[in-house]
Design a protein around this ligand. Sequence first.
Ligand code: ATP
Length: 278
Amino acid sequence: MIPNPAPATQTVEPILSVNNIEVIYDHVILVLKGVSLTVPRGGITAILGANGAGKTTTLKAISNLLHAERGEVTKGSIVFDGEEVQALSSNLLVRRGCIQVMEGRHCFGHLSVEDNLMTGAFTRKDGAAAIKADLDLVYDYFPRLKVRRTSQAGYTSGGEQQMTAIGRALMSRPKMILLDEPSMGLAPQLVEEIFEIVKKLNDEQGVSFLLAEQNTNVALRYAKYGYILESGRVVLDGEAAALRENDDVKEFYLGVGGEGRKSFRDVKHYKRRKRWLS
Ligand SMILES: Nc1ncnc2c1ncn2[C@@H]1O[C@H](COP(=O)(O)OP(=O)(O)OP(=O)(O)O)[C@@H](O)[C@H]1O
């Protein structure tokens, strides 16, 4: 089974700390300008921010997936489970227990749902019985996937593909999942369904999550702590409950408050005139 450490509320020992990292693409484009964050063991932490703020870049820096895009971490350090991991390949990082679910799911469309899930176990050496037990566990959490297990993944719905991508990550027995925009393109009810499963996995299996989301509302209801990124910098961080009540967060990211500027469109309009936290 997937490791099951103590619940989040009982420990705050970080499973992940990102310390003042800088990321540069193509040797010249400075995208992350000193980002620091921590994820407590057994916690759910959110990275929030608008399009292009640097959320995906942060996740890819952690999971060492930047090289494929001519990006590199040029400063700072990343410590996962007590070990500096910048020099580890993403493959080795998966073996250490940290895996990323990429934005857009990236299922193998021509493979069945079950074969997709099985590809998540490719780093494992603990035998077929243990892998089968975890496959059953994934089906317990995602009953829809059991029903659809022989379907070609490319013909399943967006929500089912997101579930397949998370299930595939679970098959590597992770201690931590980096989840990039799980809500993207999904109907609100499905978004809730997926976040409920994330919460259950966190509560029952002790999997820690770092999730990048533009959907601030849903992310701050499920995460315990949040970091708000703008232009490659953390501009605000705090307990999720406090962020939900923060006037600037309400105004810019939740689309409420601020002298009658109620719609997201109005907030965006207003944002052009007022510099965020200047
Ligand atoms: N391979 C790349 N080469 C050059 N610039 C890049 C590359 N990938 C991302 N960027 C730039 O880095 C910045 C941060 O992008 P990133 O994808 O991390 O943001 P994001 O917050 O995840 O946004 P989104 O929600 O749209 O995915 C953007 O300005 C983007 O144009």
